[in-house]
Design a protein around this ligand. Structure first.
Ligand SMILES: [Zn+2]
Length: 143
């Protein structure tokens, strides 16, 4: 379990990384805005505005998740949420519940897996395109 001081240190790391990732996504966002304006003009005539808004949000989400930065941002946000909501669970491996270790968290603050399970996940991710789905199964098996 992490000391409060260590948690604060990781929090700062996460917040800094989040800003960097958001900067990187900012460029994608410009492209998405362009797309929104262009497709908006084309489809306004025969679509309800509410449908269009939803459609575009979905597109943007796909777009974001398709990028490495988008996935990274998601992981960082999830880690921050856990850090704030359940600080006692932060820093523990999602699979085995062991301490991830300050050394590892310092390098990859958004990680939710210990070194061993990160390696296993990497090996499995070739076969499984949806790591979040795998998370759920792994937790179910543990409990
Ligand atoms: Zn583990």
């Amino acid at each position: 379990m992490l000391q409060e001081e260590q948690r604060r240190q990781i929090e700062q790391r996460l917040l800094r990384e989040r800003e960097q990732v958001l900067d990187a996504i900012g460029e994608f966002d410009e492209t998405a805005k362009d797309l929104r304006e262009r497709t908006g003009e084309l489809s306004l005539a025969d679509n309800h505005p509410a449908d269009i808004a939803t459609e575009h949000q979905e597109h943007e989400k796909d777009f974001l998740f398709a990028s490495m930065e988008g996935r990274r941002l998601y992981a960082i946000d999830e880690s921050l949420r856990l850090l704030y909501k359940e600080p006692e669970r932060f820093g523990l491996c999602d699979v085995c519940g062991q301490d991830i270790g300050m050394e590892r968290l310092d390098v990859i603050p958004e990680t939710r897996l210990c070194a061993q399970h990160a390696r296993e996940r990497d090996a499995a991710s070739d076969a499984d395109a949806n790591p979040r789905e795998a998370d759920g199964h792994a937790n179910e098996e543990q409990r």
